[in-house]
Design a protein around this ligand. Structure first.
Ligand code: P6P
Length: 339
């Protein structure tokens, strides 16, 4: 069967009324920028792009050179196209308005330009995560408050995983679809349409080194998985933890599984509300996972129902195969007395 390119897929989605021309152009521009990021990532040590940039980001985290490079690539690619009102990035405190010399559009783009960047120097898969919101019509210049929309309002979400192959996963709210980069042609080609995550799983992803800091219901839930067939679950579980959310989520979209980054006492002791960021990590991944038949909660409510209060706010993340997410969430609500 003739391969379907990303451009053809976007035209199909426009004809189906799922997206408009401006959103179609935005996704093409983001995909093209991610191809440039893939080139930089794949150069590795030969590109002089490994190691730290010597600066910290708004999260107070040391920036890798590739964090800064990836952020610049995405900003530059999206400045002139006329499809955006503004961009927001994990790497920048405030949203970036579109420069005055360029036309503005009706969309807001949020991204983590290179998630998992601590893995770059050890040659483990990293990725770009992005989310698209609609800018309120009567806004002359988009400010942070215009980005503070719950995840259910997203128009599109996607990620690109820079691994053995470069893969784009995308949703517009009509299924989750996968495109693999054909390096000989230089275009993304549809490799899986309408991905479905199995409702049951025997594989979980969590950073076990935090176990002693988790809340009691998380201790109980993970304890049951570790007990395997000797415990109440009656089956053994396997564990994976790449420490690169894009790689862990991609595995779940490929063979099922669950991913947890729960609250822990280290986080709450500092007044924190989670590790992962709501607007450009949890929300886009939740949209992608739910459109593939999975579930995504904070352990207490759907991630995409959270009303944001700040651009860089953090939330606990439970996502993946529906039966396990419902079980883990039930234990938390039960412990709260809510169920
Ligand atoms: P930890 C990467 O820094 C990240 O934001 C996610 O991609 C990943 O799932 C998580 O943090 C890893 O956290 O505490 O295991 O290093």
């Amino acid at each position: 069967m003739k391969p379907v390119s990303l451009i053809q897929f976007l035209i199909e989605e426009r004809r189906a009324g799922h997206i408009n021309a401006e959103l179609s152009l935005l996704i093409e521009v983001v995909a093209r920028a991610c191809k440039r990021i893939a080139v930089a990532v794949n150069k590795g040590a030969l590109g002089g792009v490994l190691g730290n940039a010597g600066t910290d980001n708004v999260q107070g985290e040391a920036q890798k050179k590739l964090d800064v490079i990836s952020n610049e690539i995405l900003l530059e690619a999206n400045a002139w196209g006329g499809h955006l009102a503004a961009c927001a990035s994990e790497e920048m405190e405030d949203p970036q308005p579109i420069p005055d010399m360029y036309p503005k559009g009706q969309h807001l783009l949020l991204f983590d330009p290179l998630d998992g960047s601590s893995n770059i120097d050890v040659n483990v898969s990293v990725g770009t995560i992005f989310s698209v919101l609609r800018c309120p019509d009567d806004v002359a210049e988009a400010k942070a408050e215009h980005f503070l929309q719950p995840g259910i309002t997203q128009l599109a979400a996607g990620y690109v995983v820079y691994g053995p192959s470069t893969v784009l996963v995308l949703t517009f709210g009509h299924g989750t679809h996968e495109f693999t980069l054909d390096r000989e042609v230089g275009s993304f080609v549809l490799s899986r349409r309408d991905i479905r995550i199995p409702e049951a799983t025997a594989e979980f992803a969590i950073n076990m080194s935090n176990q002693r800091h988790w809340e009691a219901p998380m201790q109980r839930y993970i304890g049951e998985l570790l007990a395997g067939k000797d415990g109440p679950r009656g089956k053994d579980f396997n564990m994976r933890w790449v420490a690169s959310m894009v790689a862990d989520v991609h595995r779940i979209l490929t063979r099922g599984g669950v991913f947890y980054y729960p609250l822990d006492a280290k986080i709450t002791a500092k007044g924190g509300t989670g590790k992962l960021r709501l607007m450009y990590e949890a929300n886009p991944m939740a949209f992608i996972v739910e459109q593939a038949g999975g579930a995504a909660t904070t352990g207490r409510e759907p991630i995409m129902g959270v009303q944001p209060t700040s651009l860089h706010q953090r939330v606990p993340v439970f996502l993946g195969s529906k039966q396990e997410i419902e079980q883990a969430t039930h234990y938390h609500l039960q412990a709260d007395g809510a169920q």
